[in-house]
Design a protein. Structure first.
Length: 336
């Protein structure tokens, strides 16, 4: 019986020691400490879960402030520095939390703004302790950094701001390539900033697809129509094809910002058997070639060969177009 009591007492003693160890681990050494701020942030987020409306936002906002204060205090007590710099690893962590709090806590955590501002915020967090002396308690006093410290702070801020600028430049280029996919077919070999990491698109396809969508509309207005009406249509080709081109571009590229950078123009050439209509889709956006590029589809328009004279009032028009469109680098031919 005595052995059973000893075993039970031993178990209770083990549980008591375990709880004492956990309590000692999580109990702040004093009320004013970084652990207190972390616990307050956890408590605020837990309470905000049950709140509603603007009260929930206020409590969550306070939770973020407590988390930032606790993290910054903890990571500056005994800082582990990034090799080759005087920037603490904790400043990088605190800078990330500040960036998320400023730009991403109500949206996705990793937004472009969060990543861009991160290095600069980390540098600012690193620089702040240089303007104070003493510890993180009431004994801290403002001071002006020494000359050598000022130089280090300025260099660190400049480097981190440069990194932020390069990150912003990356996101701008990436956004352009997504909004204007035809740019991905351009030649970046001479660029000092853009490095292609994926196989290039051989040709910008949008111009080709606009032509393929435009051809049936032109054929409907010309095929089997009286020859006199077709000749009048060709005289007004700029207006007629311009209207059809805008409809085709709006239909195919309606949701793309690239639609304002494509235009459709005709080139009408007299030939012995009738007319040759060259339909051009011209890229008006930036290009590695100063003269730009365009797509061309050639169509042969002739009066009907049904045994009647070509200039007869009863003649009708026929149209036949090339199966493949041509991609041409350079300026389009002048209008006649």
């Amino acid at each position: 019986m005595e052995s059973i009591f000893k075993e039970v007492f031993g178990i209770f003693k083990y549980i008591q020691d375990l709880f004492s160890g956990v309590q000692k681990l999580f109990t702040p050494p004093k009320a004013y400490s970084w652990q207190t701020f972390i616990y307050l942030s956890i408590f605020s987020w837990g309470i905000s879960y049950f709140a509603v409306g603007y009260i929930k936002d206020i409590i969550a906002f306070c939770g973020w402030l407590f988390l930032l204060a606790g993290t910054a205090w903890y990571t500056t007590d005994d800082p582990l520095r990034i090799p080759g710099t005087f920037m603490p690893v904790g400043a990088v962590i605190t800078g990330f939390l500040v960036s998320v709090f400023a730009f991403g806590y109500q949206e996705n955590v990793l937004t472009s703004n969060t990543i861009v501002i991160w290095p600069t915020i980390a540098a600012i967090v690193t620089a702040i302790p240089n303007f104070f002396e003493g510890t993180g308690g009431k004994s801290a006093k403002a001071k002006l950094p020494k000359i050598q410290d000022r130089q280090k702070v300025v260099v660190l801020l400049a480097w981190c701001m440069l990194i932020s600028c390069w990150l912003q430049f990356y996101f701008v280029i990436d956004k352009w390539l997504k909004e204007y996919p035809s740019l991905r077919a351009d030649n970046f070999q001479k660029s000092a900033f853009v490095i292609r990491l994926e196989p290039p698109i051989p040709k910008p396809k949008n111009g080709d697809l606009i032509l393929n969508k435009l051809q049936p509309l032109i054929s409907q207005q010309i095929a089997n129509k009286p020859w006199a009406e077709v000749e009048k249509w060709l005289l007004e080709a700029n207006q007629q094809l311009g209207n059809l081109g805008r409809r085709s571009i709006e239909s195919y590229l309606g949701k793309s910002k690239e639609k304002i950078l494509w235009r459709v123009e005709p080139r009408v050439v007299n030939i012995k058997s009738g007319y040759r209509l060259d339909i051009l889709t011209i890229w008006a956006g930036p290009s590695a070639n100063s003269k730009g590029y365009y797509w061309k589809k050639s169509c042969l328009i002739q009066p009907s060969t049904s045994g009647k004279q070509a200039d007869s009032k009863n003649a009708v028009a026929s149209i036949s177009c090339e199966r493949l469109n041509k991609f041409i680098i350079g300026s389009p031919p002048p209008q006649q």
